[in-house]
Ligand binder design. Structure first.
Ligand code: NCD
Length: 304
């Protein structure tokens, strides 16, 4: 039995197969409409979500399966003090696969150790968000045609943003990827990631001003300042609108630069950008369904 805790749980060859399957699903949905008949997905979400939970549910429903779950810790027995280990042992008898989001780093991994069914980490605190990374990689591969030879700017909350952490870990495995980290001093990418890049000799730069690096970027990954991870509200208020991508700043960008964002967006991308052909974030959210369909099939052993 296989779980998904980190984007590194799949080799790059396995990821290629997963993305080929996701692209086939996108173009031939009818072929997969009954692939999961009789199967059940549990979504156990101890933290808020719109896209991740609903795209998992949509994925299972589009495969012909069914879904159950909870979207809030307060409505689960966690509020009575039940551990994730006990919850997953029970859910293993109710469902065939589980997607779990939890505010504590490592909680889905603790669950996986006791689980009788595959567990997917749907975001654990400020740590990892592997299925968002699968979504991001599929989007880049589908829209650019390749995952190597890119300069990617990651902008905003690089400290607490789990999507950023997972994406960096995944992209270092491709050739000739250069990272440009754009953040205020307080929200810099964690030291353990910088150390990993240094150890692997991967090129990176850290800057504060987005405008300074915009012309170099093949893609710009914008992120929300992660309000829920701040200890101090004043600090959040001071930093929340540090970056606002608007049409004037975008004039500095390459004509084919991709703009990505895991969403939800707050103020960091002005809505005037949404109609720019470079804005790919709503397409990205849609790729999230195809890649989760491919992932469910793969973890259930149903992918040909
Ligand atoms: C992200 C998350 O939950 O980490 N959202 C998502 O899953 N698409 C990003 C965020 O909340 O800012």
């Amino acid at each position: 039995m296989r779980h998904l805790m980190s984007p590194l749980d799949f080799s790059t060859e396995e990821l290629d197969k997963l993305f080929d399957l996701a692209n086939d699903i996108e173009h031939n949905p009818a072929k997969y409409a009954h692939a999961c008949d009789g199967r059940i997905l549990a979504t156990c979400f101890y933290e808020p979500s719109t896209r991740t939970r609903l795209s998992f549910e949509s994925a299972m429903l589009r495969l012909g399966g069914q879904v159950l779950g909870f979207s809030d810790a307060a409505s689960s027995s966690a509020s009575k003090g039940e551990s994730v280990s006990d919850t997953i042992r029970v859910i293993s008898g109710y469902a065939d696969i589980c997607a779990m989001r939890h505010p504590k780093e490592g909680a889905p991994m603790v669950a996986a150790e006791r689980s009788g069914i595959p567990v997917i980490n749907a975001g654990d605190g400020g740590h990892q968000h592997p299925t968002q990374t699968l979504t991001d990689l599929l989007t880049i591969r589908s829209l650019k045609g390749h995952l190597d030879n890119i300069t990617i700017g990651l902008c905003g909350d690089l400290k607490f943003g789990r999507t950023v952490h997972s994406l960096i870990h995944a992209l270092v495995r491709y050739e000739n990827v250069k990272f440009i980290f754009i953040s205020p001093e307080e929200l810099r990418v964690p030291d353990y990631i910088i150390e990993m890049l240094r150890a692997k000799d991967i090129p990176y730069e850290e800057v504060i001003r987005l405008e300074d690096v915009m012309p170099q970027l093949d893609m710009l990954y914008m992120t929300r300042v992660q309000k829920e991870r701040f200890f101090n509200e004043e600090e959040y208020i001071r930093l929340k609108d540090f970056y606002v991508l608007n049409a004037v700043k975008l004039e500095l960008a390459k004509p084919d630069m991709l703009i990505l964002h895991p969403l939800p967006r707050v103020n960091e991308i002005s809505v005037e950008i949404d109609s720019d052909p470079r804005a790919a974030y709503f397409k990205q959210a849609k790729y999230g369904v195809y890649v989760r369909m491919a992932l469910i099939l793969t973890l259930l052993g149903l992918a040909q």
